[in-house]
Design a protein around this ligand. Structure first.
Ligand code: DI6
Ligand code: FE
Length: 429
């Protein structure tokens, strides 16, 4: 892997067609653009002709991008990347007539992945997650949220969150971790969901003290946890000063979004069954709506999230892969852009904002990520495209030429080279 540039390395990226997304609307197109980075930050982005000569003074490296399109690096703000096994057999069961909820209630679903995750060794868990991350990264992803939620014990949740941290240390991608201990009821707590929530509230301080938690999430659903249980966990997380997220209104309306909004959550995710009062609560608290077309598609859901109501209320909309083995085994964020447009009727600009500006906001990173502007982390993707609307248009094709993460240049094709893990990675167990 490339070493990080010193804070003083100033680099000029020229002959670019920029889509900065720097303003509150519009693509922010700059036809003959340039970007100046210093260390891991953007110093300047704009029309090359308007570049101040002082800026180019200390430039020690220059890259000609040949007129290619440059956007902010993509942000996948909702993934469950760390797990063992897969659930192709459940996909098959569903095609033979079983429903996702029936499979879950019969002990399959999330709990079958918990068994496989607990049985996997630590190095394998990390290696599998790295391979998945590299698929996403090959399409211009420079920031990735990774949830736990397939360990469901203090020990196994910590192990999964450590794997997520290790992934960020080993690959050129920024990782934000989310503790989703309240994802499903583990077998040790069968029929004792309140006791399980109490246990989770006790695990959180230690997970946080180890630096493993950037946010806390829960699955508030009739096959997950009740609003009262979710509230109890939110209180424990808030007491630790941890930001909140919620899997809300995915399969039914539990009033989860309003609850999350009451706690000032960063985001509510899924939201197919979101009510008008839920929309209003989210608008009031500034909570981001993270829409997950992969899960909608894979579950053959028919109830659409209330996109127009979200727009009318001014709720920021983000898009993510929700990569997980049960409901969204998707490893392409670009495909999610296309599906957000075809299935949810987002505009291509809304879709791109959903994986940049608004995805950053869903992770609490709006001051440093998601736009090409001075002071932001130098994360951008270079595309073999004429216009950013093509990002949502093509599907099943990767036009990403190269990626810059924290000022460091990489080819997008890490997948083929299977980047070797560092010694720390190998030691992780
Ligand atoms: N909602 C989902 O779609 C995933 N988790 C959640 O709370 C599904 C996870 C799985 O089926 O493994
Ligand atoms: Fe999810």
């Amino acid at each position: 892997m490339n070493t990080h540039p010193s804070h003083h390395t100033r680099t000029l990226w020229r002959h670019a067609k920029l889509s900065t997304l720097a303003d509150t609307c519009g693509w922010g197109l700059v036809p003959d653009g340039a970007v100046v980075t210093e260390g891991n930050r953007i110093l300047w982005a704009g029309p090359e002709a308007a570049m101040d000569l002082d800026l180019t003074h200390g430039v020690t490296a220059e890259h000609d991008l040949g007129g290619a399109l440059v956007t902010p690096g993509l942000i996948d703000c909702h993934t469950h990347l760390v797990y063992g096994g897969h659930r192709a057999h459940e996909f098959e069961q569903r095609l033979n007539g079983a429903s996702y909820e029936e499979i879950a209630r019969a002990g399959g679903g999330i709990r079958s992945t918990v068994t496989a995750t607990r049985a996997a060794d630590g190095v394998a868990l990390l290696r599998m997650a790295c391979e998945r991350a590299q698929c996403l990264m090959a399409e211009g992803v420079t920031t990735l949220e990774i949830k736990s939620g397939y360990g469901l014990s203090a020990e196994h949740e910590a192990r999964c969150l450590r794997a997520a941290r290790q992934l960020g240390a080993n690959l050129p991608v920024t990782v934000r971790t989310t503790a989703l201990c309240a994802h499903a009821l583990p077998p040790e707590f069968a029929d004792r969901p309140d006791d399980y929530i109490s246990a989770v509230c006790e695990w959180l301080p230690a997970l946080h003290a180890e630096g493993l938690v950037d946010a806390v999430d829960a699955f508030c659903e009739n096959i997950g946890f009740t609003p009262a249980q979710t509230r109890r966990m939110f209180e424990a997380a808030s007491a630790l000063g941890l930001p909140l997220k919620l899997h809300a209104e995915q399969l039914s309306d539990q009033g989860g979004a309003a609850l999350a909004a009451e706690f000032g959550a960063l985001s509510c995710d899924h939201l197919e069954y979101l009510s008008a009062s839920g929309v209003a609560a989210m608008a009031k608290s500034g909570t981001v709506a993270v829409l997950l077309p992969g899960a909608y598609y894979f579950l053959r859901e028919t109830k659409l999230p209330p996109v127009q109501a979200l727009r009318d209320a001014g709720v920021p909309i983000a898009i993510a892969s929700d990569h997980n083995p049960g409901t969204s085994p998707a490893l392409s964020l670009l495909l999610m852009l296309n599906m957000a447009c075809t299935l949810f009727r987002l505009t291509p600009e809304e879709a791109l904002r959903g994986v940049t500006v608004n995805a950053a906001r869903a992770l609490g990173l709006s001051a440093s990520h998601g736009r090409l502007a001075p002071g932001m982390q130098a994360d951008f993707a270079v595309w073999d495209l004429d216009h950013p609307n093509e990002l949502a248009y093509w599907f099943g094709h990767n036009p990403c030429q190269r990626v810059v993460h924290a000022g460091v240049h990489r080819a997008p094709t890490l997948v083929a080279s299977r980047t070797a893990l560092s010694p720390e990675g190998a030691r992780f167990a």
